[in-house]
Design a protein around this ligand. Sequence first.
Ligand SMILES: [Zn+2]
Length: 82
Amino acid sequence: MWRPFSSIGIMKKKKNNKMKKELLNKIKEAEYVCHECGCKYGEAPTGDIIYTAHEDNCDICGENKSLAHIRLYRYLYKTLKK
Ligand SMILES: [Zn+2]
């Protein structure tokens, strides 16, 4: 049975500092991310994956790197579901 976990979410949110909130907002709005951020906040791709990478500033860390779409990292679901 699915239960809402809002009460737990509120307790966790209180512990977060401002920087973490900003990071979460970035992750929510991110579209293209570098491999490091993708693996850190999403799930590392497994197997043979074909994707288009381009050089730009990462939506999360802001560094100029080779970026891939967040779908490659399961839309960063690992971080966002928390
Ligand atoms: Zn990055």
